[in-house]
Design a protein around this ligand. Structure first.
Ligand code: AMP
Length: 214
């Protein structure tokens, strides 16, 4: 099973991918996570991508497609892939088709998480994660059970993404509207798109995704 999770920043793609990994043993291929790792490691790709990401703009198609290409080639053929935050442009959608074909895979579903933009800004600017294990939290919606202590690993250090501020979030949303939303009609013509209300509780959204996959 190969699926794309599409939706504006903060729609819940990362949270839902993590759930799919746990429930179905799929692998999450998040170009955002790969790029953040490259920035942290100060690789040539990371150095090139950092300023673009900080502005909330899109990194070049060639860079993200080659990250996906490398990561997919390293996966066992029988393991399902969740494309999280990729493709984000028409060129990336074409690249993905050829990368999948090269690996003997095909696209099964494109799941679009629909959300209200103002609610998204609140959602994004409140989110943070455990610096040790990466568990995801939110200031008001899902804080740790004990303030300042990670539920998953007991870590006491947390971090916020530098691009999770209101100005950058608005740019990221414009990028989504201008460059990513237009790839949906092509997938619709292929009968691959399902739309889900991403504003529901995490469990409700997970159930809706599972019913599409079953
Ligand atoms: P994300 O974690 O998916 O919200 O991505 C964070 C940032 O990484 C985005 O705002 C872009 O700057 C960059 N990025 C991630 N995935 C892509 C992609 N598929 N194409 C271009 N830029 C990307």
């Amino acid at each position: 099973m190969n699926i794309i999770l599409l939706g504006p920043p903060g729609a819940g793609k990362g949270t839902q991918s993590a759930g799919l990994v746990q429930r179905h043993g799929m692998k999450q291929l998040s170009t955002g996570d790969m790029l953040r790792a490259a920035v942290k490691a100060q690789t040539p790709v990371g150095l090139e991508a950092k300023a673009v990401m900080d502005r909330g703009e899109l990194v070049s198609d060639a860079i993200v497609s080659s990250l996906i290409d490398e990561n997919l080639a390293a996966m066992p053929a029988e393991q399902g892939a969740i494309f999280d935050g990729y493709p984000r442009t028409a060129a990336q959608a074409r690249d993905l088709d050829s990368i999948l074909a090269k690996n003997g895979r095909k696209l099964d579903h494109v799941i679009e998480l629909g959300v209200d933009e103002d609610a998204l800004v609140k959602r994004i600017t409140g989110r943070f994660s455990c610096a040790n294990c990466g568990a995801l939290y939110h200031d008001t919606a899902s804080p740790p059970q004990v303030e300042g202590v990670c539920d998953a690993c007991g870590g006491v250090e947390f971090k916020r993404r530098p691009d999770d501020n209101e100005e950058t979030v608005r740019t990221r949303m414009q990028e989504y509207r201008a460059k990513t939303a237009p790839i949906l009609p092509g997938y619709e013509e292929r009968g691959l798109v399902s739309r889900i209300d991403g504003m529901g509780a995490i469990e409700e959204v997970s159930e809706a995704i599972d019913s599409i996959l079953s």
